[in-house]
Design a protein around this ligand. Structure first.
Ligand code: GRF
Length: 215
């Protein structure tokens, strides 16, 4: 499976995918990384690991449509099968999504539908939630709210800061993201409306995080 990965910053989720591939846990290859920003850490990771990348900036185009068409062209030229949004900070429109129908997945640092949009960890703290987590979902035209493939939860502790809570969630992001890619590689992910069924997944195997397997 050829992966296209869209990033905007640090790229720790990109690194989790690179690590899983380099350890032989995933058969996929990263065909192309696209960053909408220059000079970000995600691109340093590409250089270090010999991964092809392109910087495609929104402001280089007069319309969002042209910007998204340029990304689609680059991803199609790289024969990408699935697109992973790994900390990509722009919202994609129909122009992009119709080129990869139900082939775009996003990682979001909350248990959706709670705390959609920006600063999800801050939102969970401010709300006083006692549990939050992360979600891997298909991207549709609803922001941070497509069909959920996997979620993992973490406690919100009284002394948490946004940074501490984000770190706790991130450890699970790095775990469920390669897990979901593996499920996609194996063709085990079936979508029925809003419901996603992963054939043969060990649902219920881990208390607290029922859709995770050992990975
Ligand atoms: C992650 O928390 C991800 O859930 C969110 O943006 C952050 C990106 O982190 N969408 P990184 O760039 O993968 O380190």
């Amino acid at each position: 499976m050829n992966l296209g990965i869209l990033v905007s910053g640090r790229g720790s989720n990109l690194q989790a995918i690179i690590d899983a591939i380099e350890k032989g846990k995933l058969k996929s290859q990263i065909a192309l990384v696209i960053s909408n920003k220059e000079g970000v850490q995600a691109l340093e990771r590409c250089l270090k690991h010999g991964i092809p990348y392109k910087v495609i900036k929104r402001k280089a185009f007069s319309s969002k449509e042209e910007f998204e068409e340029a990304m689609v062209k680059a991803l199609k030229e790289a024969s990408v099968d699935f697109v992973i949004l790994a900390g990509f900070m722009l919202v994609l429109s129909e122009t992009f999504l119709r080129a990869f129908p139900m082939k775009v997945v996003n990682i979001h640092p909350s248990l959706i539908p709670a705390f959609q949009g920006l600063n999800a960890q801050r939102q969970a703290l401010d709300y006083g939630a006692k549990i939050t987590g992360c979600s891997l979902h298909f991207v549709t035209d609803e922001l941070d709210n497509g069909p959920v493939i996997a979620q993992a939860c973490v406690p919100v502790l009284p002394e948490d800061t946004e940074e501490i809570l984000s770190e706790r969630i991130l450890a699970y992001e790095h775990r469920i993201l390669p897990q979901v890619i593996k499920w996609l590689e194996e063709g085990r992910v079936k979508v029925e409306g809003r419901r996603v069924i992963v054939e043969g997944a060990k649902y219920g195997s881990l208390p607290f995080n029922p859709s995770l397997e050992d990975f």
